[in-house]
Ligand binder design. Structure first.
Ligand code: ATP
Length: 366
């Protein structure tokens, strides 16, 4: 099926390096869309520190209502730790959005790119991270936060694991594995957190029964961290709860070359949000040196999700064009400072657009 001629995508720049990298993702998607005769409508929405200045909140109602109308959007990183004191106790903008739209699956692929020095050049994994519960106090309660401080010297946190949410992310993981090497590793810590991560493990095992064509094994999260370093090529899809997934995906991203290159998408069955695995990187913000690969890879994932959703091959090809153009650009030795290169963020983005315009990339990856 071919694409509708116009498709709307939300854009929320966010904080720190967000306003430097998100516009690059838009430019690159425009270029890839043009090659497929797709013209996107870009719907810019306020978020983060700028929104505090203008609307008195980092997550304005107008932004949320704008997202209500959209299937997909690109979310820049937010630096909620750097907000004025009165906003620091609130749900972070990303958490507000994930909760409102029930974005329960955080899919984080990590692979090394051709020609880029990586600690683990043969790593090629996808982490399917449960995104709505666990120890993440900002999203595991219907009302309020799952962290408490009965006295200044005592802090408690509630960890939430439900069978249904665990099964839901497991189904995503097994479906993903069917498009890859058909191997899922269930990552838990059920030897210690017997009830919570034990329930997570059991729910994943139940789902595994419906996927007899996919190999399944299990690892404790601490062993998993070691094995990702020792023999990364042995793993394909890792399914895990929220906090473990957050930590393992940063590790895997760095093993693949740089955290700045790790893409990620947050999705439900009806909406998807491109959001790089990294944060706002306030230490390098404003210097024009941020690596945009993570947000570009995230944007490609979002387009691929959308293409699947709509059975729209043109969107899927668009995603492939972006992935392949990143590959071609990095292989040509154009890199930002995190990879030891000297390209600025905009120069790298321009090189990716040029690769797409030149057609050195191909939608089929050839
Ligand atoms: P969060 O909790 O919001 O994910 P974080 O504490 O994990 O944030 P980051 O903001 O991701 O921290 O930054 C971690 C390190 O990685 C910093 O040194 C930062 O400069 C670097 N970094 C993150 N993203 C990029 C990027 N896109 N390009 C280059 N360096 C990056």
């Amino acid at each position: 099926m071919s694409s509708d001629s116009r498709l709307a995508i939300g854009v929320l720049d966010g904080d720190g390096i967000g306003p430097e990298i998100v516009p690059i993702a838009v430019d690159v998607a425009v270029a890839a869309g043009a090659r497929e005769d797709i013209e996107f409508d870009w719907v810019t929405l306020p978020l983060g520190r700028d929104a505090i200045a203008e609307y008195g909140t980092p997550t304005p109602q107008s932004a949320l209502e704008g997202l209500d109308e959209l299937d997909v959007w690109i979310l820049g990183p937010h630096d909620s730790a750097g907000y004025p004191e009165e906003f620091r106790g609130m749900l972070t903008p990303g958490a507000v959005i994930r909760k409102r739209f029930g974005l329960y699956a955080n899919i984080r692929p990590c692979r090394a790119y051709r020609g880029v020095a990586a600690t683990a050049p043969d790593i090629d994994v996808v982490i399917a991270r449960e995104n709505s519960e666990g120890l993440y106090a900002d999203r595991n309660m219907a009302v309020g936060s799952g962290e408490f401080m009965p006295t200044p010297d005592v802090a408690l946190a509630v960890g939430v694991v439900t069978r249904e949410a665990s099964r839901r992310i497991a189904r995503e993981a097994f479906r993903l594995a069917r498009q890859r090497s058909r191997h899922v590793t269930i990552v838990h810590k059920a030897n210690v957190l017997r009830l919570t991560t034990g329930l997570f493990r059991d729910a994943c095992r139940e789902v595994a029964v419906g996927f007899p064509d996919v190999d399944v094994d299990e690892q404790h999260v601490d062993a998993m961290a070691a094995l990702l370093v020792r023999r990364p090529a042995d793993f394909d899809v890792l399914v895990t709860e929220n906090l473990f997934g957050d930590i393992l995906s940063d590790l895997a991203g760095e093993l693949a070359g740089s955290l700045g290159m790790a893409g990620s998408v947050n999705c439900s069955s009806t909406k998807a949000m491109a959001q790089a695995s990294h944060g706002a990187a306030p230490d390098i913000a404003g210097r024009g040196i941020a690596d945009p690969v993570g947000i570009l890879a995230s944007t490609a994932m979002m387009l691929r999700w959308w293409g699947d959703q709509r059975s729209d091959d043109a969107l899927t090809r668009c995603a492939a064009r972006i992935d392949n153009a990143i590959d071609v650009t990095l292989a040509a030795g154009i890199r930002t400072a995190d990879l030891g290169g000297s390209a600025t963020t905009t120069a790298f983005g321009a090189a990716v657009v040029e690769a797409i315009d030149r057609g050195t990339e191909r939608a089929d990856g050839s």
